[in-house]
Design a protein. Structure first.
Lengths: 401, 308
């Protein structure tokens, strides 16, 4: 059953919804990347909450004009207009008053949402049961979606995706270096608005599927996930789109099979699953990789200190050091060095002395800068240079008795 | 309007609204100044999963376990935001958005999966509360305020909001100086020996306490609005923190009272016969106050930015 849904063999509408959700997920992931890189991820929260009054007003207008209040295109236009107003309020509050952006976002989202709730209660009293569909915009619902609605979503998702792909280069430039972007002739203010407009498009199209509270997650979680895997913008955009698409596809398919599972939350939780996997498993930036790096570093420090201690005939009290030396065949379990251990220890001590000279000599300044107590001197200096230093150290000397 | 009608039907909801608004606006002042305004947003979203989990564990809709659950969820979310920020090296805004949407999604899913149809527990209620239903049926007029029998019938939400407000006031009174110092100059506060990190967490937990108590009575949308709008409007009125706090209390009270009155009686004045959502209206009024402040308040501009 689930397999049927995943492979799009579960009826025409379910297929269309799944495709639409997937396109939307990809568009959201790609758009969200630029929001995230511009450090304005939470603006999407204000955008999404600000759609509610628009939905309410559009519904009332359509009913007053004698139409069906639940016609999706009309509701989406209303949502877009009111969230655009919300967006302008955020930028006006941050630009013209002393309020910081987070306060402006919070104020806009709560006030618009509150006003939307007021409108919803007005609608409830307006006419019988026809308003029943509007609550679904809070949390989204794909069950019982009409063919036309699904078509609107699929088309909208595709169009947004195309727009993002066209604008991706100037947006990436803007995200990293606004001044350089301005010098290249990009209108920074307008491009910022374009990013917001794309986020707004994703939000409005996603309203019906995931609802206005959770659509934020589709814009935030995939980029954060993608950031773990790469340091390149173009890769990040692709990975983020992939994560977003994957989560939306799985979410839509799962909820098509089990109607009790609402689409929005499933999409968000799948997305979060991908995030957690990346947080731990990603190479380089992942937690596991960082832990392994730490363990390896620790081992090198212990090895080095252990060898130096062996060379100077000092006892080693650290059990971990002894264990490491023993495992490497350099010392016995009680800390007494083996033959190989003595040789390595002598070399470690000699390297330390070489470093000492290198660091004291201005001529080796650039090499000395690389000293961190662990680096092998052979990786920094040539054989000739080492030979020269060894000459200064001189051979073994007798100890005065 | 006569006392026979006003006291049982409107006094307690209005009082609860006012107290909840003030309880949220007080810590909100510091959250806004510390640029942590959206913590309130995050907390009020994660209250839902906390309440659902508390319900699933205990099986009853009772105040105490639910408030514990909500407080637990607030704590979990703060820890989770911090963990994601540190472990993944992710900017705080994104970590916050990630955390609260995920927890909220989990809450919605749990709610849909569990059999809660028989009890009054749904997402809409969590979002916009039910201020209008907190009536005081035992009251017959102003005299009831002195009648111990009638007073025993006060809605229990009132008591919890009062306790939360007292808790918030006590926290602010006890930690006023360190709080002010660490808000305006964190390094100086650290040099003075103030544990600024712990103080920050304490502030968030106090905000969570206010949010949970207010949420129980009025729903999460008011909570967010009251955390941010009155303090933000007050910020535009003055440059002195004491005055800002006072202004924010005034604005909070004003929004709650006006919002409640407009919601309950506004439609009647306009000729409709049904009231609209009080919680939504209170948030709307607070937004209008902020808009007025942003247009006319004396200190609305940044101090260095010239008037354009």
């Amino acid at each position: 059953m689930l397999w049927n849904a995943l492979t799009l063999q579960l009826g025409y509408n379910a297929t269309l919804v799944t495709i639409g959700a997937t396109l939307l997920g990809i568009a959201a992931g790609v758009t969200g990347t630029f929001l995230y890189l511009r450090k304005r991820a939470l603006v999407s929260d204000a955008i999404s909450h600000a759609t509610l009054p628009g939905v309410g007003i559009a519904f009332m207008l359509m009913v007053l004009l004698g139409g069906d209040g639940r016609a999706l295109p009309g509701l989406l236009i209303g949502a877009a207009v009111s969230s655009w107003i919300g967006l302008l309020c955020v930028s006006w509050l941050t630009g013209r008053t002393r309020l910081s952006e987070d306060a402006a976002i919070g104020a806009v989202l709560s006030v618009f949402f509150g006003f939307g709730i007021v409108l919803l209660t007005v609608i409830q009293t307006m006419g019988a049961g026809r308003a029943a569909g509007l609550e679904s915009f809070l949390l989204g619902a794909t069950a019982g979606m009409l063919f036309n609605d699904a078509l609107v979503i699929a088309l909208g998702g595709a169009l947004t995706l195309v727009a993002v792909l066209i604008l991706r280069r100037p947006m990436a430039l803007l995200a990293f270096d606004p001044e350089y972007a301005a010098a290249r002739g990009i209108n920074v203010g307008r491009m910022d608005l374009a990013i917001m407009a794309l986020a707004l498009a994703v939000t409005v199209i996603g309203l019906k599927i995931v609802g206005l509270i959770l659509i934020v997650a589709m814009l935030i979680i995939p980029p954060v996930t993608a950031r773990f895997w790469t340091d390149r913008t173009d890769h990040m955009v692709m990975i983020s789109g992939l994560c977003g698409g994957l989560a939306a596809w799985a979410g839509a398919a799962i909820s098509a099979v089990a109607p009790a599972m609402p689409t929005g939350p499933i999409i968000v939780l799948v997305s979060f699953g991908l995030f957690v996997a990346s947080l731990f498993l990603a190479p380089n930036r992942g937690v596991l990789a960082a832990y392994l790096r730490h363990v390896r570093f620790q081992r090198r420090v212990h090895m080095r200190q252990g060898l130096l201690a062996l060379a100077q005939g000092q006892p080693i009290y650290e059990a971990y050091t002894v264990r490491l030396l023993n495992r490497a065949g350099l010392a016995q379990a009680d800390g007494v060095p083996t033959e190989a251990g003595r040789a390595r220890a002598a070399k470690a001590l000699r390297d330390e002395k070489r470093w000492e000279l290198v660091r004291a000599d201005q001529a080796f300044e650039s090499a000395a800068a690389l000293y961190d107590g662990l680096r092998d001197i052979e990786t920094v200096l040539t054989g000739d240079q080492i030979a020269e230093i060894d000459q200064r150290i001189g051979g073994p000397q007798g100890v005065a008795s | 309007m006569s006392g026979e009608e006003f006291v049982p039907l409107s006094l307690t909801p209005m009082l609860i609204g006012v107290l909840a608004a003030v309880a949220c606006a007080l810590p909100g002042n510091f959250l806004v100044l510390r640029k942590q305004a959206l913590i309130g947003d995050a907390i009020s979203h994660v209250v839902l999963p906390g309440i659902v989990v508390a319900f699933l564990i205990t099986g009853v809709v009772a105040a105490a376990p639910m408030m514990l659950g909500a407080a637990g969820a607030a704590l979990v979310s703060v820890v989770m935001i911090e963990a994601i920020r540190r472990l993944g090296n992710i900017e705080p805004g994104a970590a916050m958005g990630l955390t609260f949407t995920t927890l909220f999604a989990a809450g919605v899913l749990l709610l849909e999966q569990s059999d809660t149809s028989s009890v009054h527990l749904d997402v809409e209620h969590a979002l916009y509360g039910n201020l209008e239903s907190l009536i005081w049926l035992d009251a017959i007029g102003w005299k009831s305020l002195l009648d111990p029998v009638a007073l025993a019938g006060l809605p229990s939400e009132l008591g919890r909001v009062v306790i939360a407000l007292l808790g918030v006031c006590a926290f602010l009174w006890l930690f006023w100086r360190p709080l002010v110092l660490s808000t305006f100059d964190e390094s100086f506060a650290q040099a003075m020996g103030i544990a600024t990190n712990r103080l920050g967490v304490a502030l968030v937990m106090v905000a969570a306490l206010a949010a949970v108590a207010a949420f129980d009575a009025v729903g999460s949308i008011i909570v967010i609005a009251m955390f941010i709008c009155p303090p933000a409007a007050a910020r535009l009125m003055t440059n002195r923190l004491e005055h800002q706090v006072a202004w924010s209390v005034v604005f909070a009270v004003l929004s709650a009272v006006l919002g409640y009155v407009f919601a309950g009686y506004g439609p009647l004045w306009l000729g409709f016969d049904n009231a609209v959502s009080a919680a939504g209206m209170i948030a709307t009024v607070s937004g209008l106050i902020l808009a007025l402040a942003a247009c006319f308040a004396p200190h609305r501009h940044r101090s260095r930015a010239p008037v354009v």
